[in-house]
Write a protein that binds this ligand. Structure first.
Ligand code: PLP
Length: 373
């Protein structure tokens, strides 16, 4: 089989979506499956829908177009505020987009009118992540202006947490956000269909058994794909953390590596992880590098240590017996490594998987932050 490749267990993605949807459903919160980390891969998106996601979302129009080209007809939301230059494409392929700028919304309205449709607008509110969003005090004014435009319909508000700041949302922030939904309805009249509370970092808040207020949607990527909660990095209990495996091929082995290799690493390479000389009893080189994935985001198989990487080579030390040249090594990826690898032109994506296998629990040293089963 082709190397490097990503093996995707579709059944595990479906299972993860289902477990989360089962817990959020009774709270009145729907799951929007976020496909940006998998570049809008249609089969992975379909697994999210099969698991109970009510719709799909992506940050890039190219990914949405890929989903549409594969025949996806359900609702797809663009969750990054559109580029003005892409307004026509956005209204053609997305039912709804997240927005923060009136000039962009005007461009979307004009584009929607040209194709005789109405584009849904969710206004993104800045609640403390310090990335994108309208400040809460400006929200009502902007909402009123959107209401007056034809070609667009204000359908909701959204918040985002933990992406730039790395900070999980607080109860107070979520209550404030929920109150904003009431406030906007008071000012503007229409009922807001979508009150989207955030991303995977909101799961601890949502499942905390306290009131979730007006929030009726979460946009989930990492929790579904990798089974982890992004702020703590902990496994979400009951979910699979190994739906994705990156496989690379060994192209050279060295049973007695020269110790000088360690000394050669200069200060400008200080960010590379360098194994202790004692770990590196043997070395191997794999045909995969920075061009393919985010190397620090790979988890090394037991007994192996990352020595370093270049654009196209991954150098690994091992205390075990060396694999033969031509054999394969398997790695788990974090979200950044996954996102990078899914976008890499030389990595093939292979799908398989039966939904029935129960997830293995991580054992040592991990607290199960969220109990989903
Ligand atoms: C990426 C993204 C998400 C999904 O985030 P996860 O941490 O993968 O769940 C949700 N909303 C917005 C606006 C995003 O950019």
């Amino acid at each position: 089989m082709t190397c490097p490749r990503i093996e995707v267990d579709i059944g595990k993605i479906r299972h993860n979506t289902q477990k989360i949807a089962e817990r959020l459903g009774p709270l009145g919160i729907g799951v929007t499956g976020v496909t940006k980390a998998v570049c809008g891969h249609p089969a992975i998106a379909q697994a999210m829908l099969d698991g109970g996601a009510s719709g799909l979302a992506d940050a890039r129009i190219s990914n949405v177009q890929r989903l549409r080209a594969a025949g996806m007809t359900g609702p797809i939301t663009l969750i990054r505020t559109p580029m003005t230059s892409q307004a026509d494409q956005v209204v053609q392929s997305c039912d709804v987009s997240y927005n923060t700028e009136l000039s962009v919304i005007s461009a979307l309205a004009a584009a929607a009118i040209r194709i005789r449709s109405v584009h849904g607008i969710v206004l993104m509110v800045e609640m403390g992540d310090l990335r994108d969003g309208i400040r809460p005090e400006n929200l009502a004014g902007i909402a009123q202006q959107v209401m007056q435009m034809s070609g667009v319909a204000l359908i909701g508000i959204g918040a985002n947490f933990a992406c730039l700041s790395g900070l999980a949302p607080t109860m107070l922030q979520m209550t404030t956000f929920s109150d904003l939904a009431d406030e906007i309805e008071g000012v503007c009249g229409p009922f807001l269909d979508v009150v989207s509370g955030g991303n995977s970092a909101n799961l601890p808040w949502a499942l905390d058994e306290r009131a979730t207020g007006r929030v009726n949607d979460l946009r989930l990527g990492e929790a579904i794909l990798l089974g982890v909660e992004p702020v703590s990095g902990d496994q979400i209990s009951g979910l699979h953390t190994d739906a994705f495996t990156l496989v690379a091929e060994v192209i050279e082995t060295d049973p007695e590596p020269a110790p000088s290799a360690i000394v050669l690493v200069g200060p400008n390479l200080a960010r590379r992880r360098i194994a202790q000389a004692s770990d590196v009893s043997k070395r191997m080189i794999l045909a995969m590098g920075h061009q393919d994935t985010d190397i620090p985001g790979l988890s090394m198989p037991a007994g192996s240590t990352l020595i370093g990487a270049t654009s196209d080579h991954l150098v690994i030390g091992t205390s075990h017996s060396l694999p033969s040249v031509g054999s394969e090594m398997r790695f788990q990826m974090n979200y950044k490594a996954l996102m990078h690898a899914m976008a890499a032109p030389d990595i093939e994506v292979t799908l398989f998987g039966d939904p029935s296998t129960p997830p293995a629990q991580q054992t040592q040293g991990k607290v199960d932050h969220l109990a989903l089963v």
